[in-house]
Design a protein around this ligand. Structure first.
Ligand code: FES
Length: 150
């Protein structure tokens, strides 16, 4: 076990965990930030996507020991009032079906728009292709990203 001071959603959290614990499980099991989902556990589906220093990052394969002072943002911290443009566009387009993958989808989309405010269809497809949705909401996801980019 080791103690880590983690900067998450603008607050510092102290946790005592095994250094090899994936940050996903620190968020979910130790800090009750359960908006970040477990899908595959092998960095293949995108359900666990968070931001690390603003970059979309899969939390299931990153040990807590690798985080250091880097700033983490989870879906709970993406906006203070749920009014992030991507979240608003998700509501407008009624994107989710079962909803399980959507936090990861939104976090990936938000990071895309931070780095590329006017993405082309190809940019969106290339960035979002690693986030799997078993309900097949891809058409609405793409439309919502385009709305959020306006
Ligand atoms: Fe991390 Fe699937 S749970 S990529």
């Amino acid at each position: 076990m080791a103690t880590y001071e983690l900067k998450i959603n603008g607050n510092t959290h102290s946790v005592d965990v095994d250094p090899s614990t994936p940050i996903l499980w620190v968020l979910r099991d130790h800090l009750q930030l359960v908006g970040t989902k477990f899908g595959c556990g092998i960095s293949q589906c995108g359900a666990c996507t968070i931001h690390v220093e603003g970059n979309a990052t899969r939390s299931c394969q990153i040990p807590v020991s690798a985080i250091g002072n880097k700033k983490i943002t989870t879906i709970e911290g993406l906006s203070k009032n749920g009014d992030h443009p991507v979240q608003q566009a998700w509501l407008e387009h009624d994107v989710p079906q079962c909803g399980y993958c959507q936090a990861g989808q939104i976090m990936t989309a938000a990071a895309l728009l931070d780095s590329n405010p006017n993405p082309t269809d190809e940019d969106i497809e290339a960035t979002m292709s690693g986030n799997i949705c078993r309900c097949g909401t891809y058409t609405r996801i793409k439309a919502a990203i385009k709305t959020a980019a306006k």
